[in-house]
Write a new protein. Structure first.
Length: 374
């Protein structure tokens, strides 16, 4: 473990695991925490999905328990996570997010495929899972769930002298973009966060690339950098009522399917540039709702590797835009670390979400705990 005394009093070594809506693979990262403060970060790992595995998961998107293909996707998720967890025998606890297939708060609920009980049996360790259902049951959006961890990261960075004690925004760019405004001087995450989904992020870009046979993603943003954004498409996209709705609020991966249809007639270069411009515009729209201007924007998730996205964000926003590595964090593993941290909170009965992050009516301690069968 780095940055902090290993196995501090009350600290648990947890393995957080995350498979996001980009459907590229499973991230795993060790973290030591008491469920409030971060004691240290450990090593991390990744297991990519093969072509057939990604296809199975992609085909199950939008489906609910009992629908065709869901059981296969759930079994695949458990097997992939178990294989990666075997590389981390030192973990005392596993935080397992599962694979989000559908998200409809206020409607059918939320669906993360994969059984934590099955994973506990496969790994021989306690597993905390099903993090979102309780929040949705109580009337929350069930997403995003990383914001309380973002507060812990800001607290850690300030204590480590890596960041000034001023409000900061974390922007996670996975399949969907989500933003957390954090006040690191607040007493805790319940008081120091505002969070919401900003709009589509990598998902439409990745989907466009796959549909045109150009690979899994726009590496480094090279394709977008060579194109010209269609201003009319971006302007029409930003008229969607979601962008003027008061946060907290959340999105399904395919909530903006019309954007993909709109760029279908464009060249790959112009389509990528248009999707990047839409992403940046949606983040800028989200800034209108922040309690105060942030000192900086820290970007995590795969989107920070896309130079075109980072340039577009810098052009749209009135603060420095940097990857989270600028304050000593690991942007590739932040979400995985978050579910390790959240797992410890669940174990200790602490809130994992609240009114300012998911619009739940009060603090919610979600998640289920499964022990391995003898």
């Amino acid at each position: 473990m780095t940055e902090g005394k290993a196995m501090m009093d009350g600290m648990i070594r947890a393995l957080g695991m995350m498979s996001g809506t980009s459907l590229d693979g499973v991230d795993a990262a060790l973290i030591e925490t008491d469920g409030v403060r971060i004691g240290g970060f450990g090593r991390a790992g990744y297991r990519g999905y093969g072509g057939n595995e990604a296809a199975v998961l992609h085909d199950a998107l939008g489906r609910w328990p009992g629908d065709p293909g869901v059981a296969e996707a759930a079994d695949l998720s458990v097997a992939a996570h178990a294989a990666l967890a075997a590389d981390f025998p030192e973990a005392e606890l596993i935080g397992y997010h599962g694979q989000t297939l559908a998200h409809d708060p206020g409607g059918r609920g939320t669906h993360q495929a994969g059984s934590g009980a099955a994973l506990a049996h496969r790994t021989g360790r306690r597993v905390v899972w099903d993090f979102r259902t309780e929040d949705v049951r109580q009337g929350g959006q069930g997403a995003p769930l990383a914001p309380f961890f973002h507060w812990a990261c800001a607290d850690w960075a300030v204590r480590a002298g890596r960041m000034e004690p001023a409000p900061v925004v974390f922007l996670n760019l996975g399949g969907v973009g989500n933003l957390t405004w954090v006040d690191p001087l607040a007493e805790g995450p319940e008081q120091g966060c505002l969070a919401f989904d900003t709009g589509p992020a990598n998902a439409p870009i990745n989907d466009m690339m796959r549909a045109r046979g150009l690979g899994a993603r726009d590496e480094g943003g090279a394709l977008a950098a060579a194109g010209q954004a269609d201003g009319d498409i971006v302007a029409e996209f930003l008229t969607h009522p979601y962008f003027t709705r008061q946060p907290p609020k959340s999105l399904d991966r395919d909530a903006f399917a019309g954007l993909a249809q709109a760029v279908a007639r464009l060249t790959p270069e112009d389509a990528a540039a248009t999707l990047v411009a839409a992403l940046a515009g949606s983040v800028a729209a989200g800034f209108d709702f922040l309690p105060s201007p942030p000192a900086r924007l820290l970007v995590c998730g795969g989107g920070r590797h896309n130079a075109a996205i980072m340039a577009a964000l810098s052009a749209h926003l009135g603060c420095p835009v940097e990857p989270v590595e600028a304050v000593g964090l690991d942007g590739d593993m932040l979400e995985a670390q978050a579910f390790g941290w959240l797992a410890v909170r669940v174990l200790r009965g602490l809130p994992t979400s609240g009114p300012m992050t998911t619009d739940a009516p009060g603090p919610v301690s979600g998640g289920r705990i499964s022990a391995p069968r003898n």
